[in-house]
Design a protein around this ligand. Structure first.
Ligand code: TNX
Length: 535
């Protein structure tokens, strides 16, 4: 008899486990309870805090779209309650969710926490809630108790909108899909050799000339691959300042901060083509190519006009984006740049700089001061730490070459984000094959590989607290259309989200894979997101 009871108990908890085991990233603590809550036309909602506004709006708009009703404010028992409770929820972005047959209670201490409570709630519902109009009238939610908070503060994704331009509508979708996985930092790569994508009123030629890109390698600022669309077309695309304000507000409503990147002094072919008179030394006889084979693509740090120009750009960028950081690139300055520039030789003599590296250090030292004047902090790729940089210690370093680079940056005392190519470059192929899209210059990045990334290790020791989180990068040299972008992102974004959010103790590959294939992919499907299906 006793054995039967135990078996029954085991089976029922397994069954309950199944219906609640749909959430990605995995919550820190989740307990199944008996029964379920039903949302329908008669369900009300109540809140004692303005911090729940974004969360409630998000839930309401999905219910309205799929079922044609909204949750009306009501004092009724059977309703969804939002309650400000900093005593119960101790951590930023955390939430507490309690569901039984007559009540749903979401508690949090900040706007992000309420938003994530709603995301979790929606992931417990039929996946159809994420899709369009279906006329479903009732939603069943299994009773449970969840206590949840993020492991890392920085949970990011980069989208490269320079190499291939993505429409405003796609950028919004991208941000919304990030938010669905509790990712909170959108790193917007807005400029590169192939295109300058942000309107700067002071410098209209940046977009008039720099946002146009031709096919093949013949036109002044295009590289491989030939770009999307007919071979003969010149493609244009950039975001106006009003587009950007709209996208920033859209992201804010989803608890996503936007980190804009203006990539200098390398990766700047679009800018130097638009304003050679400001950014290039006319006497410079250096001829060189970047690793991506773009010729002479670097802003000259020996010219005062370069700093004036960047000051003007930064003053507009800093007013458009409320986030405290601006990313200024710093990656891959080509060997051979500046070598034969008299302006650089003069700068080196005057400042006692001995090498190209010291010129780069000098450049970023000045850029950091310019940012400070505009009330912003510097974010940059790991290369800015080569040599002896003079940067504020608040400068955020992104390590992309490997994990060790991140540990080194953290040990030097800088806040650091881990974005190692071996695990988190979603522009790389999933598996090595001619039929797979994506780059091949690094090793393939399978779903499992991303999931197996452990950002912290014993060797990072005390510097661990400087590792602020993780970020995946979707560079777009090979992203010729949105379908390819989606395919390379999904399902890998699920793994990124879980690495970023869930503590190591709750992460387990088999369970994760099941959630991805049973629930996550259903949510993608109803949203018509193209994803990689094969295991
Ligand atoms: C390296 S990561 C780059 C990008 C390329 C990417 C392609 C980094 C800071 N620089 O410019 O798009 O590789 O995988």
């Amino acid at each position: 008899m006793k054995q039967y009871l135990i078996l029954l108990l085991l089976l029922s908890s397994l069954w309950a486990g199944n219906t609640i085991d749909t959430i990605i990233p995995k919550p820190q603590k989740i307990i199944a309870n008996k029964g379920s809550f039903h949302i329908d036309r008669s369900t009300g909602c109540q809140s004692d805090t303005a911090l729940s506004k974004n969360a409630l709006t998000y839930l309401q708009s999905h219910l309205l779209k799929s079922s044609g009703f909204v949750l009306k404010a009501s004092q009724k028992e059977k309703s969804i309650h939002f309650h400000y409770n900093p005593k119960r929820v101790k951590r930023a972005e955390g939430y507490h969710l309690q569901i039984d047959h007559k009540k749903i209670l979401i508690e949090a201490r900040d706007s992000a926490g309420f938003f994530y409570g709603v995301i979790t709630l929606m992931q417990l519902m039929d996946p159809a809630i994420w899709g369009g109009k279906i006329g479903k009238k009732e939603w069943t939610i299994p009773a449970c108790t969840i206590e949840d908070y993020p492991r890392f503060q920085w949970r990011g994704m980069l989208l490269d909108c320079s190499r291939n331009y993505f429409s405003k509508a796609y950028v919004k979708k991208f941000i919304d899909r990030m938010a669905q996985q509790k990712l909170n930092r959108f790193h917007w790569h807005l400029t590169d050799d192939e295109g300058w994508r942000i309107e700067i009123k002071r410098y209209p030629k940046l977009t008039k000339i720099g946002a146009r890109r031709g096919p093949g390698t013949k036109l002044p600022f295009s590289t491989y691959p030939a770009m999307r669309g007919p071979k003969t077309n010149i493609q244009s695309g950039y975001y106006t300042q009003s587009d950007i304000r709209e996208i920033v507000a859209y992201a804010k409503a989803r608890s996503v901060e936007i980190l804009p990147e203006i990539d200098v002094p390398g990766h700047s072919k679009a800018a130097v083509t638009a304003y050679p008179e400001l950014l290039l030394d006319p006497e410079d006889k250096s001829r060189y190519r970047s690793v991506q084979r773009v010729a002479n693509n670097t802003i000259n740090p020996g010219l005062e006009s370069s700093y004036q120009f960047l000051d003007g750009v930064i003053s507009e960028v800093s007013r458009l984006f409320p986030f405290g950081y601006i990313h200024l690139g710093g990656d891959e300055v080509p060997r051979g740049a500046w070598q034969k520039s008299p302006a650089i030789q003069k700068l080196m003599r005057r400042r006692g700089l001995k090498s190209r590296r010291e010129v780069q250090n000098y450049f970023f030292g000045r850029m950091d001061k310019i940012l400070a004047r505009h009330g912003k902090k510097l974010a940059a790729w790991q290369e800015v730490l080569d040599g002896k940089p003079k940067l504020r210690k608040s400068s955020l370093i992104m390590a992309w070459k490997n994990r060790q680079a991140g540990i080194d940056a953290a040990k030097k005392g800088y806040p650091t984000v881990m974005a190692p190519v071996q695990f988190l470059y979603f522009d790389q192929q999933y598996v090595r094959s001619k039929s797979e899209p994506g780059h091949t210059w690094s090793s393939p990045v399978s779903l499992h590989k991303t999931y197996a990334f452990h950002p912290l290790s014993r060797s990072s020791g005390n510097s661990t607290r400087n590792i602020r989180g993780v970020q995946a990068c979707l560079w777009s040299e090979t992203l010729l259309n949105e379908r390819i972008a989606d395919y390379l992102a999904w399902p890998r974004v699920f793994a990124l989200a879980e690495v970023a959010w869930s503590n190591e103790e709750v992460r387990e590959w088999n369970n994760f894979e099941q959630r991805v294939y049973r629930s996550g992919m259903k949510r993608l499907k109803v949203q018509h997101i193209h994803y990689r299906k094969s295991r």
